[in-house]
Design a protein around this ligand. Structure first.
Ligand SMILES: *[C@@H]1O[C@H](CO)[C@@H](O)[C@H](O)[C@H]1NC(C)=O
Ligand SMILES: *[C@@H]1O[C@H](CO)[C@@H](O)[C@H](O)[C@H]1NC(C)=O
Ligand SMILES: *[C@@H]1O[C@H](CO)[C@@H](O)[C@H](O)[C@H]1NC(C)=O
Ligand SMILES: *[C@@H]1O[C@H](CO)[C@@H](O)[C@H](O)[C@H]1NC(C)=O
Ligand SMILES: *[C@@H]1O[C@H](CO)[C@@H](O)[C@H](O)[C@H]1NC(C)=O
Ligand SMILES: *[C@@H]1O[C@H](CO)[C@@H](O)[C@H](O)[C@H]1NC(C)=O
Ligand SMILES: *[C@@H]1O[C@H](CO)[C@@H](O)[C@H](O)[C@H]1NC(C)=O
Ligand SMILES: *[C@@H]1O[C@H](CO)[C@@H](O)[C@H](O)[C@H]1NC(C)=O
Ligand SMILES: *[C@@H]1O[C@H](CO)[C@@H](O)[C@H](O)[C@H]1NC(C)=O
Ligand SMILES: *[C@@H]1O[C@H](CO)[C@@H](O)[C@H](O)[C@H]1NC(C)=O
Ligand SMILES: *[C@@H]1O[C@H](CO)[C@@H](O)[C@H](O)[C@H]1NC(C)=O
Ligand SMILES: *[C@@H]1O[C@H](CO)[C@@H](O)[C@H](O)[C@H]1NC(C)=O
Length: 412
């Protein structure tokens, strides 16, 4: 059975719970038995156009602090119904793929018979509008945070604006997780981007970010020993349909080492490194060929949900032959390299060193350098050799010249 609790408005429920009062936001909690499955703190405001007896009008109102968790709230599948005023309600339905949860539908029911909110409405009764396009999406076991205002259009002339939003569904504890999935609006408002002097008139894709920071990632086996090592800066380049312009864009994102989690597995002939940053997952699979005694990057899987993506981007290629290296050594490439995974996805690597097999003592074995690095090293050698040759030619010419003049003196 689902029991609905709500914290802010006065009443019996408040006495039954030790809810924390949060200033300037209404708190809702949906529980099933003793376990909380949804908790939300938010402000919502609405703007609704409606027909009046002498034209059209727009009702603009906020969800009052007396709003409460309404009937129909559920834990499986999670649904939060917020009831307020004279028969109005808004509901959020959640869905999850086990790793990410999102709001799949938002439904608003407003009561045109409420004369305080909809004065002189030509119609009466409850109107229901639903949308299944919402950007609200977060990692499981994290709190979705969006303090900035975000407006969602439910139908023509009907908008809801959320702000001060902190919410978690599929909860396993009674409190909001301290791990947050922050919406893109909050990210841009907290990370102050230095102003650029290029005018923002063209719809060009964003300038590629700086060279990514070098991350130090490792995987440990069942015994707690490090079995895979990777030291690298990674930049992901995804070509996808833009939600805002409806055109194809190439977006480039750097993996931030301090917010990237590494996991994976080490086998005898197959090792996997998975890097997770927010809603981006990158999985690199290495295969060892025992005949040739070489390993290579054989498969790449990527899954990403960036703010301008209409749907989750998922691609993989399981027949790659990249980053080949002898077993018992580490692969190293200081130069930037581009790993073409599929036409719509590539990875730019920077200052890369990795070893997926035969790691001992948590340290890299001797490095085998990539061709670009070897060629880069050849250039100074060639230049040096050419200079040495030039010096030799000058010296020989001088010696021959000296000998000739000497011979000339003798004849006189
Ligand atoms: C809720 O918790 C109380 C005490 O902690 C316990 O007595 C009760 O059986 C629990 N109810 C459910 C449905 O788990
Ligand atoms: C208002 O009335 C017009 C004409 O009757 C109708 O086309 C329109 O959909 C109505 N708008 C709303 C918001 O009900
Ligand atoms: C409709 O009537 C109300 C009062 O009767 C008035 O305040 C409002 O301005 C009118 N709207 C239009 C569009 O004429
Ligand atoms: C949020 O809602 C509370 C209570 O309804 C209200 O007092 C507060 O002003 C609202 N804050 C914003 C930023 O709208
Ligand atoms: C929930 O349903 C009960 C009985 O069906 C009703 O008395 C109550 O007013 C409803 N609560 C809300 C918030 O709609
Ligand atoms: C979420 O947390 C629960 C309990 O700590 C855990 O069992 C579950 O595996 C976690 N899920 C994810 C996707 O991390
Ligand atoms: C929620 O959305 C799904 C598809 O996006 C739809 O099938 C379903 O009927 C919607 N649920 C409600 C209650 O509108
Ligand atoms: C709803 O939002 C859209 C875009 O956010 C805006 O263009 C439109 O005017 C809004 N409608 C109302 C009724 O506020
Ligand atoms: C753990 O260590 C033991 C003994 O060194 C070894 O036999 C076993 O294969 C190791 N297990 C893993 C998962 O590496
Ligand atoms: C990203 O990929 C696109 C399409 O392949 C390419 O045009 C663009 O130059 C790449 N950007 C970077 C920074 O690698
Ligand atoms: C991660 O590092 C960047 C720059 O190195 C820094 O600006 C950011 O605050 C760091 N983030 C965390 C969560 O430590
Ligand atoms: C190992 O490499 C050889 C030569 O490239 C190839 O013929 C063979 O199929 C590879 N073996 C495996 C298991 O991939």
């Amino acid at each position: 059975m689902t029991v609905a609790k709500q914290c802010v408005s006065a009443g019996v429920w408040t006495l039954l719970m030790g809810c924390v009062f949060v200033a300037h936001a209404v708190t809702f909690e949906v529980t099933d038995g003793n376990s909380t499955c949804i908790k939300a703190e938010l402000n919502a405001s609405f703007s609704i156009s409606y027909n009046t007896t002498n034209g059209t009008s727009e009702a603009v109102f906020a969800m009052p602090s007396s709003a409460s968790v309404g009937n129909g709230s559920l834990c499986a599948p999670p649904e939060l119904v917020m009831s307020f005023g004279a028969g109005h309600m808004i509901s959020l339905m959640f869905s999850s793929d086990g790793r990410v949860y999102s709001v799949s539908n938002i439904t608003l029911q407003y009561n045109l018979s409420d004369p305080d909110t909809f004065p002189q409405s030509s119609r009466t009764g409850v109107v229901s509008v639903t949308t299944n396009s919402s950007e609200i999406s977060a990692r499981v076991n994290s709190t979705y945070r969006c303090l900035s205002s975000s407006s969602i259009s439910l139908s023509a002339g009907v908008n809801v604006t959320f702000s001060n939003l902190r919410m978690e569904a599929y909860m396993t504890t009674a409190n909001l997780s301290t791990d947050e999935s922050v919406c893109s609006a909050d990210q841009t408002s907290t990370t102050t981007v230095p102003p650029t002097h290029t005018p923002r008139t063209t719809a060009a894709p964003p300038a590629p970010p700086h060279t990514p920071d070098r991350g130090n990632y490792s995987v440990t086996d069942g015994n707690g020993t490090v079995c895979l090592l990777a030291l690298m800066g990674l930049q992901l380049n995804i070509t996808h349909l833009s939600k805002s312009t409806n055109q194809s864009v190439s977006e480039v994102m750097n993996l931030q080492p301090n917010s990237t989690r590494a996991s994976g597995s080490c086998g005898v002939t197959v090792a996997t490194l998975t890097l997770t940053q927010d809603l981006t997952d990158l999985s690199l699979t290495f295969t060892l060929n025992s005949t040739t005694q070489k390993f290579h990057l054989s498969a790449v899987n990527v899954s990403a949900l960036w703010s301008d993506m209409p749907v989750r981007f998922e691609e993989s290629n399981v027949s790659l032959d990249l980053l080949q290296c002898s077993v018992g050594r580490s692969y190293m490439c200081s130069a930037e390299q581009t790993l073409a995974v599929v036409p719509s996805f590539s990875i730019n690597t920077f200052s890369l060193q990795l070893q997926p097999f035969n790691v001992s003592g948590s340290r890299f074995s001797a490095a085998e350098e990539c061709r670009v690095d070897r060629e880069n090293m050849l250039i100074p050698i060639i230049v040096g050799a050419a200079l040495a040759g030039l010096v030799l030619i000058v010296l020989i010419a001088y010696l021959i010249g000296r000998k000739r003049t000497h011979a000339g003196y003798q004849t006189i």
